[in-house]
Design a protein. Structure first.
Length: 417
C-alpha cells in the first residue's frame, strides 16, 4: 500500500502542465476496438486507469503499443471473450467495453462492479439504451450478457443526463442499422472528445456537446489519429490549490472554458485569476468571501470539483455551502478535514464550511479519488505533516501528481508502507 507524506505550508510557484483527461481516455480506449484497423491516440495520461484498460485490451488479444503519452491500438486480431471481474472491477469505466463490444459483435458478456464508494452508480440508463437498440440484457451475479440479432437505430430519452450512458449508447449505435437519437444527452466535453474519435474513424455523429445527439449507423470504422483533451478536473484541482497557497502558480495546457463554473465561483470569492488562452495563473489571497455551490451536469459546477474545493473554503470569512446533487455519498473527506481543524457540518446533501479555520497536519485516509485530492490540497495548506493512506485512489486520476507538486516547491514524498 502507498502513503503520501506531506509537509505543508510551502507557497507553490512555477508551472504545472495538465495531462490528458482521465474521463475521456477511459472511453476512448474501449471505443478504439470498434475500428477494423489501427487507432492512434495521443496525449494519453499515464494513470492506473489507463493501464487497467490496456490490460483488458490485451486480454482480448488486441495489439497495444505504448509510446510516450500515446497508444497505438490494433483490434484486427481481437477475440470475443467473457471479460472477468479481475479486470473489470479495477474501474467503473470498464463498462464502456459493453457498448463497444455490443456495437461491434452484437454480443458481450462481462462482469461489472457494483456501486463504488460515492454512490450506488447503477447502469439502468445504459441498459435502457441497449434494449432500445434491440438488445436483450441478462444479469447473473453481476455477470452481464447483452446481445442482439441486429442493432437498429432508436429514439432514446435519458431520464438523467448521464455521462456514461450517453457515451455507451453512442458506442453501441455507431454500427447499428439506421439512425439513433439520444435525447437529454449529457454535454460534458469528454463526450465531444469521444464523438470526434468515432467520426475520425468514419462514424456519423452530430450534436455531441448538446442535449440532442444523432448517430447515423455506418457499415465499418477504420484507422485514425486522435488526441485526448486536457483534463478539466485535474486543471480545476490545481487552480484551487493555487488559490489556497499559490504564488503566481501557472496551470498550463488547459481549456479555460471547460472550468468556467469553477473560475467564476473563485472570482466571486475574491480570487484573482489571470486567465489566458490555454493557461491560468493564480496566487493565494486573503479575505476570501464565503460562497454557495450547487453541483450540476456540465456546464454547471462539476461534482468532481466540489471535494477539492472544500479545503479552500475553510479560508473564507463566514459560512460557505456546497450542495451535492449528483451522488449520494460524496462527503467522505469531511471527517478528515475536521480532524485537521476545519469546521464543516453535513446535513442531507449539503456541507456547510465555517471559516476561517487553520488546518494542522494529521493522519488521514483517501476514501475515493476526489476525496483524496481534497486531502492533498488540505495537507499542502496545513502546518505540520499530513500522512494520506490509500493513495492508490489518487494515482488513478492524477498523472505524476508527486512530480508535478515537487516541481512547484511542495514538500511531499510517496512511500510504500
Ligand atoms: C462520469 O461518471 C465520471 N466518470 C465521474 O467522474 C463524474 O463524476 C460523472 O461522470 C458526472 O460528471 C467517468 O467519466 C469515468 P453519470 P458516470 O452516469 O458516467 C446516476 C471522477 O471522480 N446514474 O453521469 O458514472 C449515477 O448514479 C468520477 O473522475 C443512474 O442513476 O456518471 C449518478 O448519481 C467520479 N443510472 C449520476 O447518474 C445510470 O444508468 C451521474 O452519473 C447512470 C447514472
Amino acid at each position: 500500500m502507498k502513503m503520501l507524506e506531506i509537509k505543508g505550508g510551502n507557497p507553490l510557484s512555477g508551472t504545472i502542465r495538465i495531462s490528458g483527461a482521465k474521463n475521456s481516455v477511459v472511453a476512448l480506449i474501449p471505443a478504439a476496438i470498434l475500428s477494423s484497423e489501427e487507432v492512434t491516440i495521443c496525449n494519453v495520461p499515464d494513470i492506473t486507469d489507463t493501464a487497467a484498460l490496456c490490460e483488458i485490451l490485451e486480454f482480448l488479444n488486441v495489439d497495444v503499443k505504448r509510446a510516450t503519452e500515446s497508444l497505438v491500438i490494433n483490434p484486427s486480431k481481437m477475440e470475443i471473450k467473457e471479460i472477468p471481474s479481475i479486470y473489470t472491477k479495477k474501474l467503473r469505466a470498464s463498462y464502456y467495453f459493453m457498448g463497444a463490444m455490443l456495437g461491434k459483435y452484437k454480443k458481450v458478456t462481462m462482469a461489472l462492479p457494483g456501486g463504488c464508494s460515492i454512490g450506488a452508480r447503477p447502469i439502468n440508463l445504459h441498459l435502457k439504451g441497449f434494449e432500445a437498440l434491440g438488445a436483450t440484457v441478462t444479469n447473473k451475479d453481476n455477470i452481464y450478457t447483452v446481445e442482439a440479432k441486429e442493432l437498429k437505430g432508436a429514439n432514446i430519452y435519458l431520464d438523467f443526463a448521464s455521462v456514461g450512458a450517453t457515451i455507451n449508447i453512442m458506442l453501441a449505435a455507431v454500427l447499428a442499422k439506421g439512425t439513433t437519437i439520444i435525447d437529454n444527452a449529457a454535454k460534458e466535453p469528454e463526450i465531444v472528445n469521444v464523438a470526434t474519435l468515432l467520426n475520425n474513424m468514419g462514424a456519423k455523429i452530430r450534436g455531441a456537446g448538446t442535449s440532442n445527439i444523432e448517430i447515423t449507423g455506418v457499415e465499418r470504422l477504420g484507422k485514425c489519429f486522435h488526441e485526448v483533451i486536457p483534463d478539466r478536473i485535474e486543471a480545476g484541482t490545481y487552480v484551487i490549490l493555487g488559490a489556497a497557497i499559490g504564488n503566481n502558480l501557472k496551470i498550463s495546457n488547459i481549456i479555460p472554458e471547460h472550468i468556467e463554473a469553477l473560475t467564476s465561483k473563485l472570482e466571486e470569492m475574491g480570487v484573482f485569476l489571470d486567465i489566458g488562452a490555454d493557461y491560468i495563473i493564480v496566487s493565494s489571497g486573503k479575505d476570501y468571501k464565503p460562497v454557495n455551490v450547487k453541483t450540476q451536469t456540465y456546464p454547471g459546477f462539476a461534482t468532481d470539483l466540489q471535494q477539492p474545493l472544500t479545503p479552500l473554503l475553510t479560508m473564507c470569512n463566514g459560512r460557505s455551502k456546497i450542495e451535492e446533487t449528483i451522488y449520494e455519498n460524496r462527503f467522505m473527506h469531511i471527517p478528515y478535514l475536521n480532524q485537521m481543524g476545519a469546521d464543516i457540518r453535513v446535513k442531507n446533501q449539503t456541507s456547510t464550511i465555517i471559516g476561517p479555520t487553520k488546518l494542522t497536519g494529521t493522519d488521514v485516509v483517501a476514501t475515493d479519488l476526489r476525496a483524496g485530492a481534497s486531502l492533498v490540497i488540505a495537507g499542502l495548506m496545513a502546518s505540520g505533516t499530513t500522512r494520506i493512506t490509500n493513495v492508490e485512489h489518487i494515482l488513478r486520476g492524477y498523472e505524476n501528481i508527486v512530480e508535478k507538486l515537487l516541481g512547484v516547491g511542495a514538500n511531499l514524498e510517496l512511500k510504500d508502507i
